[in-house]
Design a protein around this ligand. Structure first.
Ligand SMILES: [Zn+2]
Ligand SMILES: [Zn+2]
Length: 245
């Protein structure tokens, strides 16, 4: 199968996880937060492994502009998620007073739409390097997709919007992911650039969006899950290599 269809299929699966996250928050107002946070911690570790050990070395090999683009990707998400948006964090939105102004939730949505666009770019770019890296990036992205859909859904509900708006916004994140896959597929020549840029985005999401949520939890188990995530990355990478990818 052509790498375009493979990355589109994996991108669609990741997008589906956004919708599942949105569905969780709309069917049940208070979800098992501890369970979601374990996913967040595991995902953060896996993402760090994928970004530092998979995407970064490959993009450095492809373009000498990689270090600059890594930084640019990191700062891009910092700008849209935390400079333009006045209140944004992963997980359940519990600060109703902070998100009541309509613009607050719309800026949070905008930030997440840009972030999810790069989720798609990273999946497609990984598959353009090879199936092994593509699968690794897909798992990294997929592990934080449910919390992502959950996050936007709960922001919408906390800001006074209805379940339909919460659902629609999580679907929008999924569509943005697929749009990222499509854009990356049509720019096949710029592989090193998009891999470096989306690695910077992934590092931001893991280290500056997810890890702070993990660190807010009491006890060491949640913090240990980050290491489990890195280990899981390593084992998956070894397994894929053994299978010939
Ligand atoms: Zn909040
Ligand atoms: Zn994401």
């Amino acid at each position: 199968m052509d790498s375009f269809y493979i990355s589109l299929a994996f991108g669609a699966a990741a997008a589906g996880a956004n919708v599942v996250g949105g569905l969780l928050v709309t069917i049940k107002r208070r979800w098992d937060e501890a369970l979601l946070k374990h996913f967040v911690a595991l995902g953060a570790g896996f993402m760090l492994g994928a970004a530092f050990l998979g995407m970064m070395p490959e993009s450095v090999r492809l373009t000498e502009l990689a270090p600059l683009l890594l930084l640019a990707g990191y700062l891009l998400i910092h700008f849209f998620e935390h400079t333009l948006a006045s209140h944004f964090h992963f997980g359940e939105e519990t600060h109703v007073e902070a998100v009541l102004a309509p613009s607050v939730s719309l800026f949070a949505l905008t930030g997440l739409l840009i972030h999810t666009f790069f989720d798609g770019v990273s999946i497609a770019s990984g598959f353009h390097v090879g199936t092994g890296l593509g699968v690794l990036i897909f798992v990294a992205v997929a592990l934080h997709k449910i919390p992502e859909g959950f996050t936007i859904g709960s922001i919408m509900l906390a800001s006074g919007r209805n379940r339909r708006a919460a659902m629609a916004s999580s679907i929008a994140l999924g569509l943005s992911t697929i749009f990222g896959v499509l854009c990356a597929s049509f720019l096949e020549g710029l592989l090193g650039y998009r891999l470096a840029l989306s690695a910077g985005v992934m590092i931001y999401v893991a280290a500056s969006d997810l890890i702070p949520e993990v660190n807010r939890e009491k006890g060491v188990l949640m913090a240990v899950m980050v290491f489990v995530g890195v280990l899981l990355f390593y084992l998956t990478e070894r397994l894929l290599a053994r299978l010939g990818f």
